[in-house]
Design a protein. Structure first.
Length: 295
């Protein structure tokens, strides 16, 4: 379905596996599901004091940037964050503003960091979402834990996953584009680079030598440069806010840009997508867009 509504619909309960596959996964349509995680102990337990007690001095991976943009285009580079290893309680001190820093900190490592780095917290949520696992006939490839400052922003991109994004506390603000908006969304190739901290504490951008260039979206959908990217004016973004206790189904290949309230905590489940007709359609659209650009 190429046509789309102007808002993301709400479901007041978790659907059955068959219903979810037929109504949402197959047509590749997002929705916000209420009362899907209301039974999670995490909704009540995951206070700062609890996290300090359970995780506390454990060393975890934290993405650190000077501007809040990790994995984003900056100074004509695709710049990845510094991955800093630090005690979790020191990270919480920064989020709670007990310690000040000019930099922006975000727990956002996307390699199933909930199960790999925070296994103590898994019992407060679920290792998978049963009705989604049944609908797709598979378990999630990754379960990720997110916690960070409001200045941390996720730049516009897409993933090859069916994504169930669950907000435990605070709010997440999503700007979404369907895959059919691909002709209006600019991609460029960028030299990959990483933020490195110099001796005086400032950040330097260090190129990743011998690495292939990375295709990424240079446009900021919140403040698009329409003189540089006039095609974007034809795109039709959807915006939604996912509140504590709610779950967003973000279909595969949907472009998304994400902001959050300060100290927001979330858990998301990545299920590998099916490389079916939807994927073939997107690949065709992508190839046609690139061909027209060359012409």
């Amino acid at each position: 379905e190429l046509g789309w509504t102007e808002s993301v619909p709400y479901l007041d309960r978790p659907p059955s596996p068959l219903e979810f596959y037929r109504e949402w996964v197959s047509p590749n349509k997002p929705c916000i599901i209420q009362n899907a995680i209301s039974h999670w102990p995490a909704l009540k337990k995951w206070t700062s004091a609890y996290l300090r007690e359970v995780v506390g001095p454990k060393v975890v991976s934290v993405a650190v940037t000077p501007n809040g943009y990790a994995d984003a285009v900056f100074q004509d580079r695709f710049v990845m964050p510094e991955e800093r290893q630090m005690p979790f309680m020191d990270f919480l001190d920064i989020v709670e503003k007990k310690v000040t820093s000019p930099n922006v900190f975000y727990v956002q490592k996307q390699c199933s960091n909930l199960t790999e780095e925070f296994p103590e917290l898994v019992c407060d949520v679920q290792p998978d979402i049963p009705w989604m696992s049944e609908a797709l006939g598979k378990k999630p490839d990754a379960v990720n834990f997110w916690l960070g400052e409001s200045a941390a922003v996720t730049s516009l991109h897409k993933d090859h996953y069916e994504n169930l994004y669950c907000v435990v506390s605070g709010e997440k603000h999503f700007l979404l584009h369907p895959p059919s908006d691909r002709p209006f969304i600019p991609y460029e190739l960028y030299q990959p680079a990483t933020y490195r901290v110099s001796e005086d504490g400032s950040f330097e951008i260090e190129d990743e030598k011998n690495a292939d260039k990375v295709p990424w979206i240079p446009l900021d959908p919140l403040n698009p440069n329409l003189e540089q990217y006039p095609e974007y004016a034809q795109a039709k973004p959807l915006q939604c806010t996912v509140k504590a206790g709610e779950m967003l189904y973000l279909p595969s290949l949907w472009f998304h840009h994400v902001q959050q309230s300060h100290g927001c905590i979330a858990v998301n489940y990545w299920y590998d997508m099916e490389y079916d007709l939807k994927y073939s359609y997107y690949q065709l659209l992508d190839c046609l867009t690139k061909t027209v650009k060359v012409l």
